[in-house]
Design a binder for this molecule. Structure first.
Ligand SMILES: [Zn+2]
Length: 79
């Protein structure tokens, strides 16, 4: 047995066509980890590190993918 883990965006785009949420396309940090508590714990740390490296942001209400961050920035002003 093993555990499949994937970080999902907490601002899912509900099918936006521009700046499509990465989680709408199942395209985010994900990996299979072993079946021990230590493997799962290490896996969570690894996933979150990968997410931060890839531009995901941890906020009060959860993790937000780079596409949703871009969408927010464009909605809030300059375009
Ligand atoms: Zn998103």
């Amino acid at each position: 047995m093993s555990f499949w883990m994937e970080l999902r965006c907490d601002r899912r785009g509900a099918g936006r066509t521009s700046n499509r949420c990465l989680s709408d396309d199942n395209y985010g940090p994900m990996e299979m980890y072993g079946n021990t508590k230590s493997a799962v714990s290490a896996g969570v740390a690894e996933l979150l590190e990968s997410a931060a490296w890839a531009g995901w942001q941890k906020r009060k209400d959860g993790w937000v993918c780079p596409a949703c961050i871009c969408h927010e920035e464009q909605s809030n002003g300059s375009l």
